[in-house]
Design a protein around this ligand. Structure first.
Ligand code: ATP
Ligand code: ATP
Ligand code: MG
Ligand code: MG
Lengths: 259, 259
């Protein structure tokens, strides 16, 4: 089982879209995929029709069990979705209180990692969608994952944000045995703008080796897909955006052998 | 002095862009404006050339003073910018630790409000840019502001997120004397897509009265502006995006008499 985290502290760079699209491409190939929503705002959960305000059994339940000293368990927290091959471990809005309540307690960074160990036989791939802020939820994702995808919009503010994200990673990496494998993915790329092309050029110069050599272009069909609550690979498999994510998945398989 | 908060828990909806553009339009009219960066990721600070990792004097300083029981003060935390009429109270990356450290302590939701009281004579307008997550920093913004601007991208996931944002507001509103005046602003609107137009229609039906009747269109010049570190009203005053924000400012003046 390969566990991916999808993270960036900058908001609106395509974390949720990347999670849904890659999971769907693998699901359509017959693989069994779990998507995990660590964002208290619950975009990923809403995408699959789950309501973070009143969901029974969610990521929050895992933390409640840990605090109560109960046995680890994935029962009642994994929900089916209408998308082929995809199951969901949803967020609940209560997650927003975690940083305040829990961070002084020991071992709270490993709750997700220990819970996902129980899913080894059930799922071949897990994608963890992170909130746009550093805290106990992102720490859980970085501790649980085998590798990390960092979507970055090809524009100036997002590049500045990337430096900060990589510094955070270094800080966290010191407490792991091995540094965390990561790949930077240029998203929402608009090749008609000068700023877009210049930002991509800067990325290619500063982060060679850690940067995917392709780009995810702007494709307005992603908005239609989220409105329909269906992954774009199921709706329009040959759209520009889907073809780009298919190429990304091939690169990920080469680098990490996840198929 | 009128204090605006710009907030939405959904990432990438144009909070920072709205802050910079409205502040610049007022600054170019000769008004004196303070912009406050509450996002530990520091987009607004980076925009004006301030580096959140090593800035001396920031929002974090205000909390340190409060915890140490020191006198409130705005000395050494307000930085000049190259933009006409705009001063900056920057973020520092240390802000990310606040939720864990402080929230059990009393009165931590009023640090910003008490500090901004000291700026009454110096500034006519204050814009507070919020992080895309609910926590002690957003609480400070909601407690300090006279009214709230909620940018919402005209697409499905963002609409779902708006419901959650308004529920959060209701929850916070109960601890204030009067409910917080707010206006919902449709942003990043792409009138060529079906999803964009349908989302706008849903907004107009569900939130009439609280919704601005205009839209901020997609304008790629905003990316050029952030790359140049200058507000778009200074670079291209008659671009589509600036004209739309100018119309928004007129509406804000009508509603809240802020001029
Ligand atoms: N390649 C793309 N082309 C066009 N639109 C896109 C693309 N990728 C994402 N989007 C749109 O951009 C918006 C932001 O994407 P998304 O919600 O996936 O970002 P995020 O990083 O998960 O945001 P948050 O920080 O709130 O978690 C959404 O409206 C989504 O539909
Ligand atoms: N009207 C617009 N037209 C085109 N691009 C825009 C517009 N408004 C914002 N943008 C771009 O969209 C991206 C997101 O905007 P911005 O950073 O202001 O959002 P935000 O809500 O502050 O994000 P965060 O959640 O990370 O704080 C930026 O690249 C910005 O340049
Ligand atoms: Mg997301
Ligand atoms: Mg911002």
């Amino acid at each position: 089982m390969h566990i991916w985290a999808v993270a960036n502290q900058k908001g609106g760079v395509g974390k949720t879209t990347t999670t849904v699209t890659l999971a769907s491409l693998l699901g359509l190939q017959g693989e069994s995929v779990l998507v995990v929503d660590l964002d208290p705002h619950g975009s990923l959960s809403s995408y699959f029709g789950c309501v973070p305000e009143d969901v029974e059994g969610s990521v929050y339940t895992l933390f409640q069990h840990r605090v109560a000293g109960k046995e680890r368990s994935l029962t009642n927290v994994i929900h089916p979705t209408k998308a082929k091959g995809i199951s969901l471990l949803p967020a609940s809005t209560a997650l927003v209180t975690l940083d305040r309540q829990l961070s002084e307690q020991e071992g709270m960074g490993l709750v997700l990692r220990r819970a996902l160990e129980l899913g080894q036989k059930q799922f071949q791939h897990v994608f963890v969608d992170c909130p746009p802020v550093f805290g106990i939820l992102m720490l859980n994702a970085l501790a649980a994952c085998s590798s990390l995808i960092i979507p970055v919009q090809t524009e100036y503010l997002a590049l500045k944000g990337l430096e900060r994200m990589l510094r955070t990673l270094e800080m966290v990496g010191r407490s792991r045995q091995a540094p965390l494998e990561h790949i930077i993915v240029p998203t929402l790329h608009d090749r008609r703008t000068r700023a877009g092309c210049e930002s991509l050029e800067i990325l290619r110069q500063q982060y060679a080796g850690r940067l995917w050599n392709g780009v995810i272009p702007i494709d307005t069909k992603f908005r239609d897909a989220s409105q329909a609550g269906r992954p774009l690979p199921e709706m329009t498999p040959n759209s520009r955006g889907v073809l780009a994510y298919r190429a990304l998945l091939e690169e990920l398989s080469r680098r990490y052998g996840c198929n």
